[in-house]
Design a protein around this ligand. Sequence first.
Ligand SMILES: Cc1cc2nc3c(=O)[nH]c(=O)nc-3n(C[C@H](O)[C@H](O)[C@H](O)COP(=O)(O)OP(=O)(O)OC[C@H]3O[C@@H](n4cnc5c(N)ncnc54)[C@H](O)[C@@H]3O)c2cc1C
Length: 559
Amino acid sequence: MERSEILEGLRRRPVVSVLIVGAGINGIGVFRDLALNGVDVLLVDRGDFCSGASAASSHMAHGGIRYLENGEFRLVREAVQERNRLIENAPHVVKPLPTIIPIFKFWSGLLNAPLKFFNLLDRPAERGAFVIKVGLMLYDAFTSGQGTVPPHKFEGRLKSLAKYPRLNPHIRYTATYYDGQILSPERLAVELVLDGEAEGAHARALNYVSLSGVRDGQVTLRDELTGSTHTVTPRLIVNAAGPWIDPVNASLGLSHRYVGGTKGSHLVLQHPQLRAAIGQNEFFFENNDGRIVLIFPFYDKVIIGSSDIPIENADDARCTAEEVDYFIGLVARVFPDIHITPEHIVFRFSGVRPLPYSKAKTAGQISRDHVIHTDTLGNIPIYSLVGGKWTTYRAFAAQVTDRALAALGLPRKADTKSLPVGGGRDYPWTGYAQIDFIKKVADETGLENFRPKKLFDRYGTRAADVARFLCAGPDEPLNSIPDWTRREVRFLVEREKAVRLDDLLLRRSTLAWLGGVTRPVAQEFANLMGDFLGWSAEQRRAELEYALDLLRDRHGLNS
Ligand SMILES: Cc1cc2nc3c(=O)[nH]c(=O)nc-3n(C[C@H](O)[C@H](O)[C@H](O)COP(=O)(O)OP(=O)(O)OC[C@H]3O[C@@H](n4cnc5c(N)ncnc54)[C@H](O)[C@@H]3O)c2cc1C
């Protein structure tokens, strides 16, 4: 359904079984699960889908080996299992990622876990080979027999340096284990929304619609594009507003402190030397101050992250100059002869982890597990979804859905454990099968092979739908970026709910992330969107300036 149809439908019949506030990965996960189970569900977000914390993650589908030290065995077990499910159900976006830990010490870090247990730990000591070995053995044990990713291995100094010659020569070992990399969390999220809506007219999702208040059991929703308001009467509310859970609850008349967020920032670097030094591997290590650092490949770029800094207002999260200096300095610990300057940065991003409010001594010790808090508004239950990780969204959503189905008196009809997502459906797993798939799309549509290949890389098996769409009318490459065509942009607007220019540049594509947005590119996208959505010249100008301002302010774009 189109946006206007959904809004008109709500005006005519303002009753929904479940209203989900917040379309980050947790709200979206619940939306898809409820939709699959036939529940009349409305998902709203004050911005675009996946534009909050879920757009700021380190892109890892991981168990969180570090959480073992906090005694969070349940969480790690669940997370490694969910990591495997993500790789299996969304293979077009989530890829196995070899992760290398450079190790400088042997026994160090043994006391971290007991000190943490007795709440005596101010700052964890650097983890040595012994602690890391035990952690990785447990990590493997949680998924033994599944075979989705290979088990870990240890290698000595000489072998490690032969493989990674630019690594710090003072290392004593490297440990290699596997996690998953979510190449485009934003695409995965929007595909989950589309899958949910594909279940039928009972499942509706709206970006740019916020919850603004409540009166007599009726919730007021505001269309952020037009300013118009709508009231709906839900039987149940899911507050999935991530770092904004407390303000959303306040709009519903509840005063709780459920969330105490920490800010995390990352840089995307254009640095061919560093990119060559890491190969297809993530490097995962501790800086001297005990903070965890990630350096990993992102297409032909490198991402470095992240910080973990308490923050009061999630809207203020920006990657600061101090963080940039910190990130640049820390690469030297692992790759001492690789020099990085601010000129290598093509994109930066920052977001707030919606962690449970805690009095822990350091941010690293706050639990990364998820919890559902239940309140009521009159007789309407409100579930606040606190914490969680991208990796565990499906499991968290299943728990919320079970609780919602029970409250609504409905049975569970289907579950999402083995349900493929979007372009992960009927995925050709081997190289040969992929070549066959691409050739079949080219034969069927008459597109030259390179285009279906590009589409496959971007959309997985949805490439077949996109290719058919490209051929259904006159099409031509864009002037500013011939990698894209007019009808591909149109597809994203008509079929993927992109309504603002930055939706296209930041979330339906990876253009901005890879430093590909210049003024001419943004201008051409704005004009095309304007053609498809009927924008006036003034609206096109305004969208262009808004998107460029946002890219400058939040992502350090220079143009
Ligand atoms: C720096 C960082 C690194 C991370 N790295 C990883 C990682 O590598 N792997 C991993 O598994 N997890 C990681 N995480 C954790 C993970 O990203 C988050 O736990 C998860 O994305 C939270 O999703 P959410 O849906 O709860 O919140 P969000 O994604 O923030 O969604 C909440 C939504 O609510 C909306 N909203 C707010 N107010 C309103 C309102 N009044 N009306 C309507 N909508 C509203 C917001 O616009 C937002 O889109 C990381 C998080 C951060 C910040």
